[in-house]
Design a protein around this ligand. Structure first.
Ligand code: SF4
Length: 546
């Protein structure tokens, strides 16, 4: 039996702890099922001072310290590992998993030398295999699929990827071990301003009912859960992770999903469930319209339908039993026929990543939807009695005044109140790899500085807009929020006085179309110009003089 300390790092310093870490919760449940001893130190929920972390690290003698999460946890992971080194006079094995290492295992293993093993992509089978080896004191890591490890000479080795757990075996995944996380903290942050029911909820937990998304949006980052992650051999026995267009979406059976929600309701008195799925509607389409239909039917059949929906009366927190829920949809994939049934089963909001109302931008994103789909999906969702939450983003590579205006007119027509996020090239997204060198130039070549700067997209971090600098993006967003069309017209005139032509298609820029990661030296001048906001000069010639 091993003694494991699981650490849930801080996801975003500025953000409240809103979600019990779902993936880590499952990994903890796996360790419990296997009979290991363990404790959970939830830094994200508790935000303890360093001294309290050190005391927790010294509270027992650990065989393993396991931690992980998405890329924005980098700063917290790094700090926890620094404290670990100073706190203990022995050396537990450190395992890191999740998106933070999946997208760039070599980089992260170099930046975090205290990490002994990295779990790349899905950990459901990899983690137990690692535990088995550590327990039997074996170190033949070259035989374990889906790990990054250190050879005796210190070199980081990335093994071949591990095949994903197929359907229906994925239903054998244990529920997250919620009991070991400070649920009082998470319940106190249950409220989400997505719908009346979501706002007034007393106890919300999350469900992840499916894995991945069938679409290929170029700004969306991948976690290696859809068959999109592959490895290519770089030298004998060593590999690099690459993301392709393969999509093997998987989903849990309606029975698994509904039984989990019943368990949450019975054990934790949950009244709202937030589905974390990347895109529920794509699963519904992939199952030929069965998946959401069966979930909704079973939800009602098993007594989870909220009373207010059943009796067609306004939602009253003190009277309403059952469980309301919200999830993710997609503008062109949304199935109008399923929406009324979703409403009847208690769905109160659906999140749509609409991103922009400009067709040129939407096509460049690979969004699989156009302006007309964005408009139609809002109308269909409202008609079914479900609140659409429309995500908008500005600062895409070819964002320009036309796309900004298109979004503003759509907001006006549809009556949307929305504050756009800023396009952010998270590691694991196609645009991170395409613009990697351009991104790093903005941080004096420091990948770590970029990782530490990443947040929740409400601020500009690495700017990938080819037409606007950071300052312009903040100003434009402010004018969009104020519907200040005159201000935008005035600024466009000024912009043209200082620039020649905008970049509306990066593939038409001769050097950019040819540029590939690894050819930084060849395009050094252009990349530098980009990072200094002078790209247009390089592309089209110097700015006109007065
Ligand atoms: S539809 Fe959403 S989840 Fe799917 S690839 Fe696009 S942004 Fe990502």
């Amino acid at each position: 039996m091993l003694n494991i300390l699981f650490i849930n790092p801080v996801v975003r310093e500025k953000g409240l702890p809103m979600h019990v870490p779902y993936g880590l919760g499952i990994i903890v449940a796996i360790a419990e099922t296997l009979g290991h001893r363990f404790q959970v130190l939830d830094l994200n929920a508790l935000r303890p001072p360093d001294q309290a972390i050190v005391e927790a690290l010294r509270a027992d003698r650990w065989d393993i310290v396991a931690l992980g999460g998405i890329t924005t946890t980098y700063g917290s992971v790094k700090r926890a590992l620094q404290l670990l080194d100073g706190a203990l006079d022995y050396r537990p094995a450190v395992i890191l998993g999740g998106g933070i290492i999946t997208a760039m295992p070599h980089d992260i293993m170099s930046l975090l030398p205290r990490v002994d093993l990295g779990v790349i992509g899905e950990g459901l089978q990899t983690f137990p295999e690692i535990l088995e080896r550590l327990e039997s004191k074996r170190d033949d890591w070259q035989n374990v699929l889906g790990v990054a490890w250190r050879r005796s000479d210190g070199k980081v080795i990335v093994n071949r990827e591990r095949p994903l757990v197929p359907m229906p075996e994925i239903d054998q995944t244990p529920y997250p071990a919620w009991d070991y996380f400070p649920l009082d903290v998470y319940f106190s942050n249950s409220s989400q301003l997505f719908s009346e029911e979501a706002y007034f909820t007393r106890r919300r937990l999350d469900v992840n009912a499916s894995y991945g998304c069938a679409l290929i949006c170029r700004f969306c980052y991948h976690l290696g859960l859809t068959g999109e992650l592959q490895t290519v051999e770089t030298e004998e026995g060593n590999h690099e992770v690459v993301f392709g267009y393969r999509r093997d979406v998987r989903w849990h059976s309606p029975r698994y999903v509904v039984d989990m929600v019943k368990h949450m309701k019975n054990k934790y008195q949950v009244d709202f469930v937030c589905f974390l799925d990347e895109n529920m509607m794509t699963m519904h389409r992939s199952s030929k319209g069965q998946w959401l239909t069966e979930i909704c039917q079973l939800w009602i059949q098993e007594g989870l339908q909220p009373q207010c929906v059943r009796d067609k009366v306004p939602h009253d927190l003190d009277k309403c039993d059952g469980v309301h829920w919200g999830g993710t949809s997609h503008a062109s994939q949304v199935d109008e026929k399923i929406l009324p049934l979703m409403h009847d089963a208690g769905c109160s909001w659906l999140c749509y990543g609409l991103e922009s109302f400009n067709d040129r931008i939407l096509k460049q994103l690979g969004k699989g939807a156009l302006r007309k789909h964005n408009i139609q999906c809002i109308e269909k969702t409202v008609k079914a009695g479900i609140r659409p939450t429309p995500n908008q983003i500005i600062g895409f590579p070819c964002e320009f005044f036309d796309s900004i205006r298109d979004s503003m007119t759509a907001w006006e027509e549809l009556g949307l109140m929305v504050k756009p996020f800023f396009a952010t090239p998270f590691p694991g997204s196609e645009w991170y790899y395409k613009y990697r060198q351009l991104i790093l130039e903005q941080y004096d070549g420091s990948l770590e500085a970029f990782l530490l700067d990443l947040g929740d997209c409400t601020e500009v971090t690495a700017n990938i807009s080819l037409n606007f600098n950071k300052c312009e993006l903040y100003g434009l967003r402010e004018m969009m929020l104020n519907n200040d069309k005159r201000g935008i017209d005035e600024y466009e005139k000024m912009w043209h006085q200082h620039h020649d032509q905008p970049v509306l298609d990066p593939e038409k820029i001769p050097w950019f179309a040819k540029y590939k990661t690894g050819e930084e030296d060849k395009y050094r001048e252009e990349i530098k110009a980009y990072s200094e906001g002078r790209l247009i000069e390089v592309v089209k010639g110097p700015r006109p003089t007065a």
